[in-house]
Design a protein around this ligand. Structure first.
Ligand SMILES: Cc1cc2nc3c(=O)[nH]c(=O)nc-3n(C[C@H](O)[C@H](O)[C@H](O)COP(=O)(O)OP(=O)(O)OC[C@H]3O[C@@H](n4cnc5c(N)ncnc54)[C@H](O)[C@@H]3O)c2cc1C
Length: 545
């Protein structure tokens, strides 16, 4: 072989690093009451940053699940086949209790620990986090049917990943999904046409279609259907208690932009057996308890995507030379990286503050529940809106390499818009924040009480909060996005001013808050004089020996 060229000026492979070496996340973990979980999170972080886990993520996405609708004799089996890599990812997530395990653990801070684990482990692959998130989320809704909760909650919380379609009570661990969206409407689920007819033995028979049902190999599904008393919520087992397959037929798997490791199915129910959860006619109120938990994971997942993109970009820039200097030392590239880092840290802080509120609300803290109600809707809107642009900019930091699949950046980029679509698309999330403001004044009180904790610490933040107070006094529907953005920015600013690194907090305030905010519309437009070196160093990964 003639030696045609020598490879130089390419960064080393980024494998063998600790994803949890993330100062903003670790500080928040301790502050929100889960410092006791740090060792476990660091262990998960090292696994997430290992070549092994990265390879699982790659394989699970490059070999997406396949629908096996029928067996070779023509019988319906409605199964989805996954690559071994998917099962490895799921096994780790369940073993670390990132699914429903916190609901059976009395330790204060357990939901924060779970959130930090979800954030760290999500760096390996986003798709499998979907069933993990839905299993976490189902428990509060399921508790509206105490008998069903008593029967299934211990198995939902078990740290055993037991794949395959068998009678739920015969398995060592269960996973759950949700089935709301129909062809004619996803946001407006009141338009659901799936019917639920009492079977006479206390159960119901569901007939109809669902247009999106992700992770269809789960064991249990929360399903909305029209019962005699109106739209109601049901728990539908994939396999009936007697071991026979329930009539839940998978018509197709969606050919999705991203999230390719995960299966999302079109489903038809043909007199499928299910049990009522909550009262008839109260389906939306019941299932919203599940949606409110998955919304937290949309924010966490977005924070993970941002941190992952930032890490890859900072690593590349720390090693790649151009025009005689490392990219990271070129002032304009340092500006881009610092701006991406500020966005990432602000999102991480907000996500873990919301996880702390979730933990305290679950223990009966009414003030924290009110804060969470409004802050989560606004943050879900804003963080998820920022995700795709963040991913695009992080990708560009790698130049052409970033556009190539092997870099991992295209996967992040394709994944990014999803969190803004499901569990309340952008407008719906913003309108939900508006609804909370109008109908639940205690949520605004709790929200501003949180902002007040940072009062006087930064002139620009004070100005942003004063503007916000005026805006919320008479909110118009067409201003809902503006309002949600302003609320989320004020919350991020307040958290950074109180708890963030001073350089990050200052750069955030000068570029995103204040009457004379100096940031432009693209990333990389921080004002001159920003301490970019201090900010970027927090994001540059260290490869472990
Ligand atoms: C990969 C993937 C997986 C999914 N998995 C599941 C699942 O497991 N289970 C499930 O039930 N669903 C699932 N969904 C469906 C998802 O939740 C819906 O797509 C989403 O809720 C939006 O509903 P829709 O698609 O019907 O859009 P629509 O409701 O038609 O909304 C279209 C647009 O109109 C906007 N809009 C709606 N109402 C208003 C309004 N009043 N004012 C202003 N704007 C408005 C929305 O924000 C959106 O931008 C999944 C979707 C995707 C992409």
């Amino acid at each position: 072989m003639p030696l045609t060229h020598e490879v130089f000026n390419q960064p080393p492979v980024l494998a063998g690093f600790d994803v949890a070496a993330d100062p903003a996340m670790l500080d928040a973990l301790r502050r929100e009451g889960a410092g006791w979980a740090e060792d476990g999170i660091r262990e998960l972080g090292r696994l997430a940053g290992s070549a092994r886990a990265q390879e699982w993520g790659r394989q699970a996405n490059e070999h997406p699940p396949v629908l096996r609708a029928h067996d070779r004799f023509g019988h319906r089996i409605d199964e989805v086949e996954f690559q071994p890599a998917w099962h490895e990812l799921m096994t780790v997530a369940v073993r670390h209790g990132l699914h429903a395990a916190p609901w059976r653990d009395p330790r204060p801070g357990v939901h924060v620990a779970r959130a930090a684990g979800f954030y760290v482990w999500g760096a390996s692959d986003a798709g499998h986090c979907c069933p993990i998130s839905m299993t976490y989320a189902i428990v509060p809704a399921l508790r509206n049917a105490p008998e069903l909760a008593e029967r299934y909650e211990p198995l939902l919380a078990a740290r055993e990943y037991d794949f395959g379609l068998r009678a739920p009570l015969s398995k060592r661990g269960l996973l759950a999904g949700m089935s709301m969206t129909e062809k004619q409407g996803g946001s407006d689920v009141r338009a659901n046409t799936t019917r639920a007819v009492p079977a006479g033995d206390g159960s119901y028979l569901l007939t109809g279609h669902k247009w999106f049902t992700s992770a269809p190999m789960c064991d249990l599904f929360m399903v909305l259907a029209q019962a005699p008393g109106g739209l109601s919520c049901f728990l539908l087992p994939r396999v009936r208690p007697d071991g026979s397959r329930n009539s839940m037929h998978l018509q197709r798997l969606k050919d999705k932009l991203g999230n390719r490791s995960n299966a999302s199915a079109e489903v038809e129910y043909d007199e499928a057996a299910a049990w009522l959860v909550g009262a008839e006619g109260r389906g939306v109120r019941t299932i919203i308890e599940m949606v409110n938990m998955t919304r937290l994971d949309c924010v966490l997942g977005t924070a993970t995507g941002m941190r992952t993109g930032l890490t890859l970009a900072a690593h590349h820039a720390a090693h790649r030379m151009a025009f005689g200097r490392k990219l990271a030392d070129q002032p304009l590239m340092a500006n881009v990286l610092a701006d991406l880092a500020i966005e990432s840290e602000a999102t991480t802080l907000a996500a873990l503050r919301l996880a702390g509120a979730t933990d305290r609300a679950a223990r009966g803290d009414v003030q924290e529940a009110a804060f969470r109600r409004l802050a989560l809707a606004a943050t879900k809107y804003w963080a998820c809106k920022r995700g795709p642009a963040h991913a695009a900019e992080a990708l560009e930091c790698l130049g052409g390499n970033g556009y190539v699949e092997e870099s991992g950046m295209p996967r992040l980029y394709r994944e990014a818009p999803l969190s803004s679509i499901w569990e309340g698309s952008g407008n719906v999330a913003a309108l939900d924040a508006l609804r909370a403001l109008r109908r639940q004044p205690e949520t605004a009180e709790a929200f501003f009480a949180e902002l007040d904790l940072a009062a006087g610490a930064d002139r620009r933040l004070d100005q942003a909060i004063a503007r916000l107070r005026k805006e919320v006094s008479d909110p118009a529907e067409e201003r809902a996005r503006y309002l949600a953005e302003a609320m989320a920015l004020a919350l991020q600013g307040a958290l950074l001013v109180r708890h963030g690194h001073p350089a990050v907090a200052d750069a955030f305030a000068v570029s995103r808050l204040g009457d004379d905010a100096a940031g432009g519309h693209a990333y990389g437009t921080l004002p001159a004089g920003t301490d970019t070196a201090a900010i970027v160093s927090r994001a540059t990964p260290e490869i472990l020996p």
